[in-house]
Design a protein around this ligand. Structure first.
Ligand SMILES: [Zn+2]
Length: 148
């Protein structure tokens, strides 16, 4: 399942990527361009704009909340998404992450992070290195609450 996220929902796009979903975020496109791209690339359009959700031939979810945790929960609930690809896509540029050898992470992440984290991943496109910080625990917990 792939997504296209409108300009109002940048943080939601980041989280969908962190959770492994191919997500394109468009800060500038107008309604017509968004609808065309969603159709052409077979993406589900996530938007707060009710007019956009009325476009023909575009699969949409109208996002209700202004809180990113609730937005994410809504998308997961309505589309029955799974959390099985967590930590697999770059939140900055949407490229699939690669495993980074722990030794190679040394010097590229803060010393405390290197000592306390086991697993690191690297984005082949932008070169950023990622690990599971405390914000992970928080967002995953809020998704878990939803399922219970
Ligand atoms: Zn990247």
């Amino acid at each position: 399942m792939k997504f296209l996220v409108d300009a109002m929902l940048g943080r939601l796009a980041t989280w969908l990527r962190l959770l492994g979903y191919d997500t394109v975020y468009s800060a500038k496109a107008n309604d017509q361009e968004l609808a065309r791209r969603a159709r052409a690339e077979d993406r589900i359009l996530l938007t707060r704009d009710i007019e956009l959700t009325r476009r023909r031939g575009v699969r949409c979810v109208r996002i209700e909340s202004e809180q990113v945790e609730e937005q994410l929960a809504q998308v997961f609930r309505e589309l029955h998404l799974q959390r099985d690809a967590v930590f697999s896509r770059c939140p900055a540029c949407n490229a699939p992450l690669q495993l980074l050898d722990r030794q190679q992470a040394q010097g590229r992440v803060p010393p405390y992070v290197f000592l306390t984290q086991e697993q690191f991943r690297r984005c082949p496109q932008c070169g950023r290195v990622y690990w599971r910080g405390t914000h992970w625990a928080h967002i995953l917990a809020s998704l878990q609450d939803l399922e219970n």
